[in-house]
Design a protein around this ligand. Structure first.
Ligand SMILES: [Zn+2]
Length: 65
């Protein structure tokens, strides 16, 4: 899995997907879904990265809950 986010130039804390400013541009629903540590977490992370690579704006990224 890729860990670099093309649109994210900010500094990331280890263990976080995006820098703080990018993270808070996601929708609250997407942040809630990505924070949930259940068996679907890996799939949601992949969905996030796929949309980032496709150039989807941060505020329009959808992650299934
Ligand atoms: Zn960023």
């Amino acid at each position: 899995m890729r860990h670099d986010v093309p649109s994210c130039k900010g500094r990331k804390t280890p263990g976080q997907y995006l820098c703080r400013s990018c993270w808070f541009r996601l929708t609250p629903a997407a942040r809630r879904a990505l924070n949930r540590p259940d068996s679907g977490a890996y799939g949601r992370l992949r969905a996030l990265y796929r949309q980032l690579e496709d150039g989807v704006p941060l505020g329009e990224i959808e992650v299934s809950p």
